[in-house]
Design a binder for this molecule. Structure first.
Ligand code: ADP
Ligand code: MG
Length: 424
């Protein structure tokens, strides 16, 4: 992929946008881009630099993402709505062509890495609640205020904001690294006469900064996966933000029929019955379940005589009950999977395992907690898109508003929910 039209090869210390940004280390990559930690010499802070592949279709996609991120930033001047902030964008010419680059606020690890770090055991419910509050805040903003559908919500596309001081807790420092500022004056090189000199100086400084970072960071994420030691997430702030607007669209101006990553895809997308904001709510539901259990809610596979789509629909019905006939037969693709009675054509015997039982029997949640979480989640996973609650309604749900502080935890969740219901 590092050829004409593909990724731009970056070396540590490389300058971008006339020397304003200095590449530090790779943070991640996607199909379209590589993402780098960079030092912003203008503001003396760290940023994430997303460098798009150069071919026309990737540039187009980047322009699309920049458009959506700009709208989101313009409507949220305080930067409190749990959507990643676009700081700047520019073009960078390299040997493989012109690359559109986005400068984003620097965030921490994705929820996928958090789930992995926690060894797929599932997070405590109060942690999940904190995460849900951020994601719902972001979705409420996108949906209600901007008319935007994210259309690719999943743990990978939700990043933690928190940073932990590695000096205080070196073991956890890899999860959400706290990065210290490099030495020297932020606008160093300004006095040199030739660009070459500036670049050399910037590169030297960037290298020093990188060395300092790696000295203090011991990345724990992905490492020691086989160890049995418990990993406490106590003290880790679960604030997070929604990222990756490469597939976003407007509710009234959609670009693609097939949206979302397979496991987080809503039934109306599979059936091609038309979609709206509530597809993000479905993905949110799948994500919340995964945070609680460590397992994907639906992981469809093609089998003997049936495809991935039909397996996916079967898995949904095994958890949520039979799909109402009208919905099952109402999509442009319905005839591929359902007969006229609304039964799947190739998968006949379904094994029902409702959500509250699954949470108790398989994931060993206490009865009361399972019941309350299932009451919160089940409406989000309604087959009928218009029946799903909005992000705003989810934020108001009693489950979201349980207070579990240290002092307060004698109060059972159940009695708090009861109180809230009475008050409400
Ligand atoms: P793509 O559209 O190519 O999938 P993403 O925007 O999802 O690109 O970014 C790819 C990866 O880069 C993410 O999964 C994450 O690991 C990392 N990343 C993206 N944005 C940031 C950011 N603002 N801060 C830190 N890491 C980021
Ligand atoms: Mg992505």
């Amino acid at each position: 992929s590092y050829r004409k039209g593909g990724y731009h090869a970056v070396r540590i210390g490389d300058p971008f946008s006339g020397g304003r940004y200095i590449a530090q280390r790779k943070l991640g990559w996607g199909q379209f881009s590589t993402v780098w930690l960079a030092y912003d010499t203008l503001t003396s802070s760290y940023v994430a630099l997303k460098i798009q592949k150069s071919a026309q279709q990737f540039a187009q996609a980047a322009l699309h993402e920049i458009e959506f991120l700009s709208v989101a930033a313009d409507g949220d001047l305080q930067n409190t709505r749990c959507v990643v902030r676009l700081i700047d964008h520019f073009k960078h010419a390299g040997p493989n062509g012109q690359h559109l680059c986005m400068v984003l606020e620097f965030l921490g690890d994705s929820l996928l890495r958090l789930i992995r770090y926690n060894r797929y055991k599932g997070l405590k419910l109060d942690k999940v609640r904190e995460i849900c509050r951020c994601v719902l805040t972001g979705l409420d903003y996108l949906h209600r205020e901007l008319g935007m559908i994210h259309s690719d919500l999943k743990p990978e596309n939700i990043l933690l904001c928190s940073t932990i001081d590695p000096a205080k807790d070196p073991v956890r420092s890899g999860l959400t690294p706290l990065l210290e500022k490099p030495e020297g004056n932020a606008n160093g090189g300004g006095g040199s006469s030739t660009m070459n000199l500036i670049e050399k100086k910037l590169k030297r400084r960037a290298k020093r900064a990188v060395a300092k970072i790696s000295e203090r960071r011991v990345s724990m994420v992905g490492g020691e996966a086989s160890s049995k030691t418990e990993r406490s997430l106590d003290g880790i702030d679960m604030r997070c933000k929604v990222v990756d607007f490469g597939n976003a669209c407007w509710a009234d101006k959609q670009f693609a029929e097939e949206i979302q990553t397979r496991q987080y895809r809503a039934p109306e997308v599979i059936l091609k019955s038309g979609y709206s904001f509530s597809v993000d709510m479905w993905s949110f539901g799948c994500t919340a379940f995964e945070l609680v259990t460590g397992d994907m809610l639906f992981a469809p596979k093609e089998g003997n005589g049936y495809g991935e789509d039909e397996d996916h629909l079967a898995l949904m019905m095994e958890l949520l009950g039979k799909m109402p006939r009208k919905i099952a037969i109402g999509g442009a693709r319905s005839k591929d999977y359902f007969d006229r009675h609304g039964d799947l054509k190739r998968i006949r015997r379904l094994k029902y395992w409702p959500l509250d039982r699954l949470l108790v029997d398989k994931y060993k949640l206490p009865e009361a907690e399972a019941k309350e979480f299932a009451e919160f989640l089940s409406p989000v996973l309604e087959f009928a898109p218009e029946k799903r609650p909005t992000a705003q309604q989810c934020l108001e749900h009693p489950w979201m508003n349980v207070v579990t502080t240290q002092k307060n935890n004698v109060d059972s969740v159940e009695s708090q929910v009861r109180n809230l219901k009475i008050k409400g």
